[in-house]
Design a binder for this molecule. Structure first.
Ligand SMILES: Nc1ncnc2c1ncn2[C@@H]1O[C@H](COP(=O)(O)OP(=O)(O)OP(=O)(O)O)[C@@H](O)[C@H]1O
Length: 227
């Protein structure tokens, strides 16, 4: 079930030889259930770090990340990524080239019964407009089609929250524009709560219900950004 995300007073830092290097301090974000939020800002301001912390790949140095009723991360709690019910469509998470489209889509459902996997696969491929592509391999698809498969794969386990990190940046401008609208429609049809990270303001405006502009920490105010 899709759920609301609430981030309070989040601080993130990386260990360096000179000690902890803070990239985000006192960051706040609230996303209503079924709503799409975008994080916008210049390179290096910490957008991906925030997504990685939500997904459970980075510990937090302060504050709290909640999804629905569950605390995912705080200074005393760190739920492992696989227990968070968070789906991801990250730039670096490409499709598995040796698996068919259908096998890619059901990858997160490996422990479920075959009949359920097949039904969910059909449903998702229809949702992303690729109902006839299940037996194809990723290299037989266009970049835009591959990203739609990646979306189907991310949605297959019905995540409570979907994270999208620059999902369209490898596509040409026309495909990018078309897919932004299509993906928004799909997320709205499924009532999916989502957070999108992008450099592109027009993409953020097309896709998201709310926009948070982040600034690099050195120039940031106490509140890392505002709507
Ligand atoms: N694993 C790491 N170890 C040390 N520093 C890191 C690590 N990952 C990111 N950083 C630093 O943290 C800061 C924020 O990086 P992050 O990738 O979150 O920014 P971003 O806003 O997503 O940038 P971009 O838009 O270029 O992807 C940068 O200064 C980066 O160099």
């Amino acid at each position: 079930m899709t759920a609301a995300l609430r981030i309070d007073q989040l601080s993130l830092a990386y260990d360096t030889l000179r000690g902890a290097h803070f990239v985000v301090r006192d960051f706040r974000l609230e996303v209503q259930s079924g709503s799409i939020a975008s994080l916008l800002g210049p390179s290096g301001c910490g957008k991906t770090s925030v997504l990685r912390a939500i997904a459970g790949f980075e510990p937090v140095q302060g504050g709290e990340i909640r999804l629905g009723d569950a605390v995912l991360s705080s200074t005393s709690v760190h739920l492992p990524p696989e227990k968070r019910h968070v789906g991801m469509m990250f730039q670096e998470y490409g499709l598995f080239p040796h698996l068919s489209v259908a096998q890619n889509v059901v990858f997160g459902l490996r422990r479920r019964p075959h009949a359920e996997q097949n039904a969910r696969c059909d449903e998702l491929l229809r949702l992303v407009g690729l109902q006839d592509a299940g037996r194809k391999y990723p290299h037989e698809l266009s970049g835009g089609q591959q990203q739609r498969v990646a979306l189907a794969r991310a949605l297959a386990p019905s995540p409570a929250l979907l994270l999208l990190d620059e999902p369209f940046s490898n596509l040409d401008a026309a495909t990018r524009e078309r897919l932004t609208v299509e993906v928004r429609d799909i997320l709205k049809q499924t009532g999916q709560t989502a957070v999108l990270v992008t450099h592109n303001e027009s993409e953020a405006r097309t896709m998201a219900d709310s926009m948070l502009v982040m600034r690099p920490l050195a120039h940031a105010t106490q509140d890392a950004g505002s709507h």
